[in-house]
Design a protein around this ligand. Structure first.
Ligand code: PMP
Length: 360
């Protein structure tokens, strides 16, 4: 008979459900917003060479100075304003362990990236949620209401927002920065697919805006697990106190520096995905579908005649996996498709047409 653990887990964490996206073995997987393109061959070759030159018997540079300097140069900030970790999820976790936690509150505006609330709860914080309007935009009144009512220690905005694709208005970002009593975190995991960024607000000493970014999407490096934060130096310093010593291994530091040499290739991939996003948007217009503008590498859409989950299943039956958001609050009956390569997108459009036309 299986014995239960002698000590029960924290009651607040055992009440949480696992964060996951269904993994189904199908030919076209457009459910996790990865890049459809592999990184450049030159990068692979360089990384293969780097593996042989790492001092594997030594701990890595604990503060990852060279990588942080390379990222800082890309954004025109000082290395003291850059924190790096294993994916932007770990960046956000470290931030919340430092600035949220028991007795503190964290604000999110739903629907948004679910991990913000999940990580905040794991830190022990109380999560408070504002609401987006039916068209997924956020009103200034709602921002005012949440900040005034809860005085959150940390407030999240995700721009472009996952899962809606909406780019946050500059007025909303500056309003929040002006009135929020605590930190304002702008999650820019998809920023390179749009034209707007809040990085310029993020590095000034004493400021309250921080911006997270990732190598997982635009840099075609989801497998590397590398993300970073641009923040005032005192915030970065605090995160270095909280994060585990030597959290970022030597290989990842070297591979990240190498990736940053391929900015043109990255931009080229982004342009191809943005062009394909336009093609998918146009195809959706001719169908019984409601969709919203996207500044990201995915598009949220709602079948207007057939139930969302039914369409998801019919797509799976045709070998195409998208994200089923149909039961999520604020995006009921919606599905989210990641922009794939040209062939994958063509298969998605074809399968979607068939799924909508299929009789019961
Ligand atoms: N933020 C948002 C809005 C995301 O959608 C994702 C990935 N799903 C992440 C952060 C996490 O990215 P990473 O791979 O860098 O942990």
């Amino acid at each position: 008979m299986a014995r239960s653990s002698p000590v029960p887990p924290r009651s607040d964490v055992s009440a949480l459900s696992k964060y996951h996206s269904a993994q189904v073995d199908v030919p076209v997987r457009l459910n996790t917003n990865e890049s459809p393109f592999p990184p450049p061959d030159e990068w692979r070759q360089e990384v293969a060479r780097l593996v042989t030159s790492i001092d594997w018997n030594r701990y890595p540079d604990r503060e990852a100075i060279a990588l942080r300097s390379a990222i800082a140069a890309r954004h025109g900030v000082d290395a003291s304003s850059v924190f790096v970790a294993n994916g932007s999820n770990e960046v956000l976790q470290t931030l919340l362990l430092s600035y949220a936690g028991a007795g503190r509150s964290v604000a999110v505006f739903e629907p948004t990236y679910q991990l913000h609330a999940h990580l905040a709860r794991i830190s022990g914080a109380n999560v408070v949620a504002g609401r987006r309007s039916v068209d997924h935009t956020l009103s200034a009144d709602e921002i005012q209401r949440v900040v005034t009512q809860y005085s959150p220690h940390v407030t999240f905005l995700c721009s472009p927002n996952n899962p809606t694709g909406r780019v946050e208005s500059w007025d909303n970002i500056t309003l929040l920065s002006d009135i929020a009593p605590g930190l304002v975190v702008i999650d820019e995991a998809y920023a390179e697919f749009s034209e707007r960024s809040a990085v310029e607000l993020a590095s000034s000493p004493g400021g309250n805006v921080v911006v997270s970014r990732t190598f997982s999407k635009t840099w075609s490096l989801a497998g590397l697990r590398l993300g970073y934060l641009i923040a005032p130096p005192d915030v970065v310093d605090m995160l270095h106190t909280v994060v585990l010593p030597y959290h970022l291994d030597a290989f990842k530091q070297a591979a990240g520096i190498a990736a940053l040499k391929y900015v043109d290739e990255m931009n080229d991939r982004v342009m191809r995905i943005v062009a394909e996003r336009g093609r998918i948007m146009s195809a959706l217009e001719g169908l019984e579908i409601e969709s919203w503008p996207s500044g990201a590498n995915f598009v949220l859409f709602r079948p207007t005649r057939v139930d969302g989950h039914t369409v998801w299943q019919r797509l799976v039956d045709r070998g195409v996996l998208v994200r089923d958001c149909s039961s999520w609050s604020g995006v009921e009956h919606c599905l989210r498709v990641t922009i794939g390569d040209e062939a994958e997108n063509t298969m998605f459009i074809k399968a979607l047409k068939q799924a909508l036309e299929q009789s019961e």
